[in-house]
Ligand binder design. Structure first.
Ligand code: CA2
Length: 147
């Protein structure tokens, strides 16, 4: 069975509790449940994690090799700074979809740079919590056609 890993970076555990005008009122727990339902519909296995530290995210990306077929990554603010995450993605040779709740290109200039985009299969941003479902469908379709 195709297995997809969804990784969430720093501060995303606060979703739905603060700044709802920017990130919406859906909690990360709500998003996880929505993703479980979508994965079931798609016939895929799913793992869903959130970590605040960069090293923990690097470790989860390394561990994905041989366990998962693709990664959906909302790296949060590390998106704009982390060469370590970019290198980890390159090293595992798995397809990665970069995901953001907000449209980062319509926000502050410092959010316009992404180290993840340089090694990602594609990017989904600006659709809020619904973007997780879009990313799962895009990854499942990609994995089906690249078998
Ligand atoms: O839009 C996204 O998904 C982001 O990855 C979210 C990051 C931000 O640094 C990126 O530029 C874009 C921030 C996540 C912080 O989430 C919070 C949620 C509620 C309250 C405070 C922060």
């Amino acid at each position: 069975m195709t297995s997809i890993l969804i990784l969430n970076g720093p501060n995303l555990n606060l979703l739905g509790t603060r700044q709802p005008e920017v990130y919406g009122s859906t909690t990360l727990n709500d998003i996880e449940h929505m993703c479980i339902a979508t994965a079931k519909e798609l016939g895929c296995a799913l793992a869903f994690h959130q970590e605040n530290s960069e090293g923990a995210l690097v470790d989860l990306i390394h561990a994905a090799r041989g366990t998962h077929d693709g990664i959906i990554l909302n790296a949060g603010a590390y998106t704009h700074t982390s060469i370590a995450l970019m290198d980890a993605i390159s090293s595992v040779e798995l397809p990665v979809i970069e995901l953001h709740l907000s449209n980062t290109l319509a926000r502050e200039e410092y959010r316009h740079t992404s180290y993840i985009s340089k090694v990602a299969l594609g990017i989904i941003c600006g659709f809020g919590a619904a973007g997780y479902g879009h990313a799962l469908r895009a990854m499942a379709q990609h994995l089906e056609t690249s078998e």
